[in-house]
Design a protein around this ligand. Structure first.
Ligand SMILES: N[C@@H](CCC(=O)N[C@@H](CS)C(=O)NCC(=O)O)C(=O)O
Length: 257
């Protein structure tokens, strides 16, 4: 079978930071693909492997787990833009930064959004609404209405929030994390001071933009970080293909940049 012709499907949730990371990998690599928005009520029925999204299917082969999916995409499609150099110290460095994003930045987004207090409801209902609008077959209204309470009871969400809890209040924790992120830019146009994006840039991009685009309370805090705003603007052309990261008709604001 011709590798480049094999159909590619990303199994995703519209608001999943891990899936959005893989969505950005696929856009950056300029691969033709489609999104299947999994219904959380039918994960077992519709997901080709495992119980977690993202999953990518190429032809009749399926893989889960965002970073291994990225490595697989570079292996299967080595001729287009690469997520990582083939070997060497820079590859190791970029993989380490991707790991920081998966272990620190992404879990933190589960703590920052919906967030505490009133935000739990304001943002929680937005989450339920995006999920209800995109998930295959939709969600019962009671589930959408109860989303703020439901989401905090889900096992993997609880685990990620606990992983992100550094003992600081949310605003302070966010400031510290975003400062660390700016440090990883090392003054360069892209992460690690590089001239072109790589896996960690694509992994990090949706962690700032998803919440902005859907109008979450707190999603515009990045306006206080000109370095992050400048980097988002430089990233935008690399992740602006089809299907869009923010499904049409669902987002509230244009992506920054
Ligand atoms: N290590 C995985 C984590 C993926 C993950 O946590 N996915 C969440 C959605 S954002 C999920 O499907 N959780 C369901 C579960 O753990 O049962 C990756 O990098 O892709």
């Amino acid at each position: 079978m011709n590798e480049t012709r094999a159909p590619i499907t990303l199994y995703t949730y519209a608001m999943s930071p891990f899936s959005a990371k893989v969505h950005c990998f696929l856009l950056y690599k300029q691969l033709d693909f489609e999104c299947f928005y999994i219904n959380p009520l039918h994960v077992k029925r519709d997901l080709p492997v495992g119980r977690q999204i993202p999953v990518v299917t190429i032809g009749d082969e399926s893989r889960g787990d965002s970073t291994p999916i990225g490595l697989w995409l570079d292996e299967r499609f080595p001729d287009g833009p690469r997520l990582l150099p083939e070997s060497g110290a820079e590859r190791d460095l970029l993989l380490k930064l991707d790991d920081w994003i998966s272990q620190r930045l992404i879990p933190a987004s589960f703590r920052f959004f919906p967030g505490p207090g009133l935000d739990k409801y304001r943002n929680g209902w937005k989450l339920g609404s995006v999920m209800g609008q995109t998930a295959e077959g939709g969600l019962p209204w009671l589930m959408r209405a109860g989303w703020p309470a439901l989401v905090t009871r889900v096992g993997f969400v609880k685990r990620l929030v606990a992983q992100a809890d550094d003992g600081l209040p949310v605003a302070e924790s966010k400031r510290k994390l975003y400062d660390t992120f700016c440090g990883h830019l090392e003054g360069g146009p892209f992460l690690c001071g590089r001239d072109a994006p790589s896996m960690p840039d694509l992994a990090a991009y949706p962690q700032f933009t998803l919440y902005w685009a859907h109008g979450f309370h707190g999603g515009r805090d990045i306006l206080d970080y000109p370095e992050i705003m400048g980097w988002l603007e430089r990233m935008k052309p690399y992740v602006s293909g089809e299907p869009p990261l923010i499904p049409r008709g669902v987002g509230k604001h244009e992506l920054p940049g």
